[in-house]
Design a binder for this molecule. Structure first.
Ligand code: TPP
Length: 281
């Protein structure tokens, strides 16, 4: 991929990261860590791969997206705002009683949200149902979803995985945001779902292991997924929890905690510096 294209993705992703920080800071709560780790994947999906139209968010033939790890709503909202589904000014109202940007995404009130999520694993099941519906209706849309690696500890995930392979849902392309951490520790210490790649292969999926912050690898993996004839695709994306904010990177403590004013200022300054570096290059 040429450098211009990569820089374009980086600019979008780092603007989304700023929305994550501003949203959670203003709310005084929320989940920055896992939001920052899946930002690059969302950037590719919404600015490259998905067939969507912000002016017509319910178009019947659109691709669908389900954020199965719904607590990472700040990343989805930042992406939807950048893509033009709703005004960016809404972001600072995250989690306010008078805002439609609830702590977890609601399909009834947020333009561009295809499924309400937050109870881990349910979104994945819903994405399997949407993909199956697409097959039955003979539509050629794709369904995309992002799961957390801690989310894989839910038994429901494996029922859904079994069903997707059974029904040969080649129109389903899922990601595991493999940042290695969940709410209160490393996934390998809480309840290890490893080996993630081997498990999905054993469940009959086409599995691709990539660097989840490398745009070219994300795009290539999606393209490979689209070429599948009879298997769903699981892209196991190696990521860093808190990616892009130095003091949040790899820190379990930033799973579900908002930055205070000082931390917000530091994070925004870092992200701005990164963006400024891209402008002058
Ligand atoms: C069914 C259910 N159980 C528990 C929770 C509480 N919870 C919210 S986030 C989380 C950890 C998720 O970890 P992971 O999927 O790895 O997310 P990430 O690290 O990417 O943020 C838990 C247990 C929930 N939302 N749903």
């Amino acid at each position: 991929m040429d450098k211009c294209k990569t820089d374009e993705f980086k600019k979008i992703a780092y603007r989304i990261r700023k929305h994550i920080i501003e949203g959670t800071f203003n709310a005084g709560s929320g989940h920055p860590g896992g939001s920052l780790s899946c930002t690059d994947i969302l950037t590719v999906l919404y600015f490259h791969s998905m067939n969507i139209d912000p002016k017509n968010p319910k178009a019947p033939d659109r691709d669908r997206f389900v954020l199965s790890k719904g607590h990472c709503a700040p990343a989805l909202y930042g992406t939807l705002a950048e893509r033009g589904f709703f005004p960016k000014e809404e972001i600072v109202k995250l989690r306010r009683i008078d805002s439609y940007l609830e702590g977890h995404p609601c399909m009834k009130s947020v333009p561009g949200v295809d499924m309400s999520t937050g109870s881990l694993a349910q979104g994945f099941s819903a994405s399997v149902g949407m993909a199956l519906a697409g097959k039955i209706d003979k539509k050629d849309y794709h369904v995309y979803t992002i799961l957390g690696d801690g989310e894989l500890e839910e038994g429901q995930v494996w029922e859904a995985a079994m069903a997707a392979a059974h029904f040969k849902l080649n129109n389903l392309i899922a990601f595991v945001d493999h940042n290695g951490m969940q709410i209160d520790g490393y996934i390998t210490e809480v309840m290890s779902p490893e080996p993630v790649v081997g498990k999905f292969k054993a469940f009959g999926w086409n599995v691709i292991n990539i660097d989840g912050h490398d745009y070219e690898q994300i795009i290539d993996a999606i393209e490979q997924g689209k070429m599948q004839k009879d298997k769903p695709t699981m892209i196991v994306a190696e990521t860093i929890k808190g990616k892009g904010v130095s003091f949040m990177e790899g820190q379990v403590g930033w799973h579900g905690k908002a930055p205070d004013k000082e931390q917000r200022d530091k994070a925004i300054a870092e992200l701005d510096e990164f963006l400024a570096g891209l402008e002058v290059e």
